[in-house]
Design a protein. Sequence first.
Length: 477
Amino acid sequence: MLTQNFDTVTAPALPSGWATMASNGVSGWVVSTNAHASTPAAVFADEPGTLGTEDLLSPAITIVTTNAQLTFRNSFNTEADPIDGTLAYDGGFLEIQIGTNAFLDILDSGGGFVSGGYTRTISTATNTDNPFGGRQVWGGNSGGFITTTVNLPTNCAGQAIQLRWRFALDSGNFYGGFGWYLDDISIRDGGTCCVSSADLAVAGSVSPEPVALGQPLTYTVALTNLGSGSAYGVTVTNLLPSGVIFSSGSPGCLYTNGTVLCDANTLAANDTTNYSFQVIPTTGEAITNMAVVGSFTWDPDVSNNQVISSSSVITNQPPFVYLQPTNALAGIGTATTLQAVAFGIAPLVYQWLFNGTPITGETSSALALRDLRVDQSGGYSVLVTNWNGASTSSVAQVTVVTVPTIQLARLATNASGPSISFSSSTGLTYALEYKDSLTDPVWIPVAPPATGINGILLLQDTNALIAPSRFYRISAH
């Protein structure tokens, strides 16, 4: 999932995907060869006598299971209270961002230390200007590199996370301290055992390439267990970009919050399974899917657990109308709204049409028709234009009718069953429905429905009576 020992980069540069931020002009984290757990380097935050923070941010990491674990080596010597061994003036702590939520301390977010947890608390009694007074931290003198192991929060499963190590500083460094080193950072996602013979690999493909806006784009993900033993609880997590709409997926795949989760359950040795899902591109930006496989069974080789598939989007085409307006039936004096959604290279210009003629001023994606008249019945469509051309939606038929009133004319029974006569209007379809008890959950339709004739209409119930009473209603559509 994540392995970083800072040994393959040239100091002081951080590895690709890692970033540092600092406040109040203090310097950020750098790769240093002055001290390390693994040769030749570690990442380091110094300890100036300046109020501020130094942040180290990891790349985004996709967590698959609920039992992911973070391990890192860490060495610190920070300014601390010389009398109270529980307090520090400067110190470091770990925060996590889950999905798009705010960063929280690893403990407040539901994580827990297995070993090497916080050692002190930022003082508030005798030191008032550290911006994180009262926070638990790694502070004081660790006496060299110690190992910290953290159980990540269970709600990380199926989410992208980011880690942030924060070094909080007060003004001045009277009691001395040199700073904070981190090394050998890794995340294990899944269960562990003494020996594992599973080796999960993921591969991906995408079609078509390139893809047009609004055209279905299919991702295919292949999972293979290259090992000699079974892998249990296998899951593949697909992180989708924001510029797509999920359309459909293979059985076993579930879409939620921008992520497609596919459950492969158990994958035997040398077994392979495939999943596919479709998305609809909505912008001209390149589309990237990152698929990460994980399992409850420990996989000793994580180098083949992730694959990135990309597709470019054709940008020289006219807009694509994705959501078409739909037919509407409304009464005189009422209102109805037609809606369309188009995708294409911005800017998109909408123009609504009535029977093929532009409607003045109606240039948004929605058309609100109010205080309807009979002469507004007809075909409505929308023309969407950008620099590459124009596309027209399908035609939606709006039918404006007199709001029906149903007046009972006669209720009769004969050998065929009860019949109901009532007033009807042209342009409407009437249906007779019944219940044998008013407490029954649904009304049962009597087939077939009948078309209004602007006069008296008769509907008859030929269903056998099975109760001493029967209740009827008439609906008009």
